[in-house]
Design a protein around this ligand. Sequence first.
Ligand code: LLP
Length: 430
Amino acid sequence: MKSTNQYLKPLSLKVNENLEIGGCDTVELVEKFGTPLYVVDEYTIRSICRDYKEAFKAYENVNMMYASKALCTMATSKLLASEGFGFDVVSAGEIYTVYKAGVDMSKVLFNGNNKSYDELSLAIELGVGRISADNFFELALLNEVAKAQNKTIDILLRITPGIECHTHKYIQTGHLDSKFGFDLTQVDEAVELIKNDYTNLKLHGLHAHIGSQIFETSIYGDEIEILVKEIARLGLNEINIGGGIGVKYTENDCPPSVYDVAEIIINRLNECIKKYNIEPPALFIEPGRSIISTAGVTLYTVGSSKQVPNGRKYVAVDGGMSDNIRPAMYGAEYTVQVANKPDVQNLQKVTIAGRFCESGDILIKDVELPELEEGDILCVYNTGAYNYSMASNYNRVPKPAMVLVNDSLSHVIVARETLDDLISHDRISQ
Ligand code: LLP
């Protein structure tokens, strides 16, 4: 069955005279809120959440933990919590955001390869449900923090399963030479330390994450095999398989259906339960991108353009690498449509450039679009994940606003930064 991550555009998108998302006319959104503008479609988020829940319902003990790093705002956290999701968080900032959004902290898992004493203290104080320990240094630190608060804390060990997936090397994490997690050969030593020395830690299971924007389904089966074999050997009862399911940025992308991935995971899990003769373990899954990417688009206003004699035509928009670093950082490709003339056919090839002082600030290369004029609105699809969450203030440009749309209503969920926001942390020494 097709799942929401396999669509390129938000599910509520309509092509009228202008593009419409969540029942809201995009040109009206721009008039009201300005550009660049992140627009997030609630219906698409709820739809992928339902896909995940439906796809995994055949396994009784499954826990969906949204990976906040993809997009972390109070409003989206609240929305995802209302769908029954827990949260994977990786910093005090993400912990604080979900806490302030009213999330049940027992459904929060704290990850990361270098969590600080203060971050761990905050996590424990606020009662996060699980902490994933990434390395020996962290095990010792965690025990120290737990002791200081006189608590026993529930942990997982993050391991490196030694699986290579075919994705951009910056977002591969499961291969052996990785900065994340314990090597499998170090697990026994870690378990012994917990048992004998780190008495404020209670180990429940193992955690792994093999990469991001993954299109292959079979590697999830391989990951399950490794994790279950290990927990069976160690007498543990939880596995966390991380996230990674891909999305469709362009027509050429064929991400897998969540239903197919779930089938592979559950079948392999059931096989392994028999093979290793264990009670069914609790399964945790941490999707980020596939939950939030398709729901988001970015609207930009066209400004200057330049025809290189005998070369490319560049059309510049009022955003770029500070609101979407992915093309510059990973060579990521995106799909764009003209929001105020989606149906016009006199196509010409242009390159969409950002407004930042960097030659690499190109959003989309060589795309066929209707002839563009100053003031046209471009809609870039699939920007819900790792766009706002990786945004910067390069060139001292304020970060865009974000609006959540649904049922013809729009709500600002992140206000546009102002010039005063930009200098609010500056101090002039006397
Ligand atoms: N769990 C762990 C432990 C992770 O490290 C990640 C992502 C996830 C879950 C969620 O993975 P997802 O379902 O979103 O693929 N900035 C990069 C992506 C980095 C992903 C890092 N870890 C990008 O823009 O493509």
